[in-house]
Ligand binder design. Structure first.
Ligand SMILES: [Zn+2]
Length: 139
């Protein structure tokens, strides 16, 4: 995975860069990240976004670099069950609008980080995911 600090401007894919687009969940081993509980409704919505609203799809797969995932073979890529469907993680991103010209760009691995590594994303992101349907998205 490529590390970017939470809420730093998005710079990963040049074609995706935009004013007001901020990074969330670009974690990597060796960098501390906040740990804590997140609301079940947030986790469910995040899963739906990662399963159904992927963007910025790339050919390769990023891998989780935290233990014990770092010991997994390179193939197959990490997958998880979301709403009874196997979803591969690590080759795409999601976008979440927070309104007021701010959006968040997160790797789809963020779902794995939240569910399996206890990652607690910034409150602004949690709030945006919980309310994204009220801002014109149809999830
Ligand atoms: Zn992992």
């Amino acid at each position: 995975m490529t590390y970017f600090a939470d809420l730093s401007p998005y710079t990963y894919l040049k074609s995706e860069q935009a004013v007001g687009l901020l990074c969330v969940g670009w974690l990597e081993a060796g960098h501390e990240y906040p740990i804590g509980p997140t609301p079940p409704r947030f986790v469910a919505r995040l899963g739906k976004l990662c399963a159904e609203r992927k963007t910025a799809q790339t050919r390769g797969f990023h891998r989780c670099t935290f233990k014990p995932c770092d010991k997994l073979p390179h193939w197959p890529p990490l997958s998880t069950m979301i709403n009874d469907r196997e979803v591969f993680l690590g080759s795409a991103e999601i976008r979440v609008s927070a309104g007021k010209g701010i959006s968040f760009a997160a790797p789809d691995l963020i779902y794995h980080y939240v569910v399996d590594h206890g990652y607690k994303p910034p409150a602004q992101f949690v709030e945006a995911v919980m309310h994204c349907d009220e801002r014109g998205s149809d999830i």
